[in-house]
Ligand binder design. Structure first.
Ligand SMILES: C[S@@+](CC[C@H](N)C(=O)[O-])C[C@H]1O[C@@H](n2cnc3c(N)ncnc32)[C@H](O)[C@@H]1O
Length: 221
C-alpha cells in the first residue's frame, strides 16, 4: 500500500498549519487538514493564466500573480508571455518558496529561476499599491472569497480591495480571481467596481465531467 508522507509544515500568520504531503508521486498542500491544492488537479490554475493573458500586449507584459502554490499558474503565464515580460509573483509564506526549490523542482520549482520572474516574499495586497500598473493581475491565494488562507485576505475581496486592484491595472487590464466555487456575493462586489465582469466555470482537471471551480474575470475600461 502506498503511504502518504508529510514532507514539511509551517504556520500561517493566523496560526493555521500548512502541510506539504506526498502520495504516489503527487504533492498536496493542506491547511488545517483541508486541501488547498494538489499536483493532481491543476487545470483551473492554468485556465486562469490563459484567461488573464488573453488580450495582454504582445511584448513587455507586466503581470502580477498572487500566490505561488505549486507554480502551475506561473508556468502557464510564462508560456503565454514574451521573452521580455516581467512577472511579479507575491508569496506570503517563505516556506512555500523554499519547498518549491527543495521538494518541487520537478513540478515547477525551477521556474523561479526564469529571468522574467521576480519572486516577492510579500502579501500580494502590499504590491497592489498602485506604484506599478499591471497588464494582468491573477489572484489565487485562497480556497474562495469566504474560505481564506489568512483572515487578512478578506481585504482583497471587499469593495476597497477590489478598487485597489482596479487602480493597479493598466487601462484595458484584466484581473482574474480563482475560487473553488461560485460566490455570488463576491460577483456583486466586483460588479460595483468593474463594468465588465464574467464568471467563468473551470474544470479541476482536463477530463473532469463537471466544472467545479469559478474564475472571476474583470476588465478595466
Ligand atoms: C492555492 S495556492 C496558489 C496555487 C497556484 N495558483 C498554482 O498554480 O499552484 C495559494 C497560495 O497563496 C499563498 N497566499 C495566501 N495568501 C496570500 C497573500 N495574501 N499574498 C501572497 N500569497 C498568499 C499561499 O501561501 C499559497 O502558496
Amino acid at each position: 500500500m502506498k503511504t502518504t508522507r508529510s514532507l514539511c509544515s509551517c504556520h500561517t500568520p493566523d496560526g493555521a498549519q500548512l502541510v506539504l504531503h506526498e502520495h504516489d508521486g503527487h504533492y498536496f498542500l493542506r491547511i488545517d487538514g483541508v486541501q488547498l491544492m494538489s499536483t493532481t488537479a491543476s487545470a483551473s490554475e492554468q485556465t486562469m493564466a490563459e484567461l488573464a493573458c488573453n488580450g495582454v500586449p504582445a511584448s513587455k507584459q507586466r503581470i502580477l500573480i498572487g500566490g505561488l502554490g505549486f507554480g502551475f499558474t506561473l508556468r502557464r503565464v510564462l508560456e503565454c508571455c514574451a521573452a521580455d515580460a516581467i512577472i511579479d509573483i507575491a508569496e506570503l509564506l517563505s516556506e512555500v518558496i523554499t519547498w518549491n526549490r527543495a521538494h518541487l523542482q520537478a513540478v515547477n520549482g525551477l521556474l523561479l529561476d526564469d529571468p522574467r520572474v521576480r519572486i516577492h516574499l510579500r502579501d500580494v495586497y502590499e504590491l497592489l499599491d498602485g506604484k506599478q500598473r499591471y497588464d494582468a493581475i491573477l489572484l489565487d491565494v485562497d480556497n474562495s472569497p469566504d474560505a481564506l488562507v489568512q483572515t487578512g485576505n478578506a481585504r482583497l475581496y471587499n469593495h476597497g480591495g477590489v478598487q485597489r486592484v482596479m487602480a493597479a491595472l493598466q487601462p484595458k487590464g484584466r484581473v482574474v480571481y480563482w475560487s473553488a466555487h461560485r460566490d455570488r456575493s463576491f460577483a456583486k462586489v466586483l460588479r460595483r467596481v468593474f463594468k465588465q465582469v464574467e464568471c467563468v466555470e473551470a474544470k479541476a482537471y482536463p477530463n473532469a465531467k463537471r466544472f467545479t471551480h469559478t474564475l472571476f474575470v474583470a476588465d478595466r475600461d
